[in-house]
Design a protein around this ligand. Sequence first.
Ligand code: TRP
Length: 330
Amino acid sequence: MKRGRVFSGIRCTSGQHIGNYLGAMVNYVALQEDYDCIYSIVDIHSLTTLEETDRLRQNVLETALDLLAAGIDPQRSILYVQSHVPEVVELATLLGMVTPLGWLTRVPTFKEKVRMHPDNVNYGLVGYPVLMTADIILYKADTVPVGEDQLPHLELAREIARRFNRLFGDTFPEPQGKLSQAPMILGLDGVNKMSKSLNNDIPLAATPEETERRVMTAVTDPQRTHRHIPGRPEVCNVYSLHRFFNPDQVEVVYGECTTAKRGCVECKKQLAEGINRALAPFRQRRAELAARSDYVEGVLADGAARASVIARETLVEARDRIGLPAPYAH
Ligand code: TRP
């Protein structure tokens, strides 16, 4: 017996990085054991920040490759592109009617975007969490694997679902967020969350050589200004990544770092090797899938068809609850 329904949305980029992998994708794959899973490549959401839309089609396919190579199994789970099930836009409009503007303007990610891009505060940006809520509850999902930064959005999703249920009768479950083992992976700068736009990321699909080159630029303990000064693994992101990629070596790394037996350069080389070893099967599968674009497109077409069936059913119910007239048969 499956425990419930999982939904998560993945913003499409030109390739996911190890932060996305550890923070989300590993979890998506594992959840397939116990849940019915629906994973959506959220191309509409990407429009709120994407300056150049000419890469969008390509990015959708790259993201699908990443997810399939990581182990999303299209037999067991639904993988589809958000805009291919347009019912979500209708549900978002309906949910917008029960969402006070004040709930949306106090969301931390919204405030941050306003601070960063004061000249591009569009309606879609304010409504981002409403569309995200629609994504989730369109499928009546109860469990949503997300990174830590998405928890305020999930809180809002629960509030919107609750409000709808109170106004129109019990219709939607209140979705719960589910953090992964690694809800927040820092980037190579050792300060900010790993992110492509901050150029502090290690791309999953990088070659082993590129991976090593990127890892060598990682910032380590800033107080370790000389090779002979012992390091503090607690504040070193390279150390924290060893925990994932060289799990059987962490004690050695810790011991040698704190006694200055190893320098940061060796330590990073070993990390790069660990990453390359761990990702080799992923990279191989990704390359194989990339050569079979018909297959990947077929998976997404099938996913959209299966998602649409559920989406249409939910919308009929939501319209009815709200009191909209059903289409007249003539
Ligand atoms: N906002 C999420 C992010 O930036 C992406 C997303 C869109 C999502 N819709 C979702 C996540 C629904 C979980 C559920 O990562």
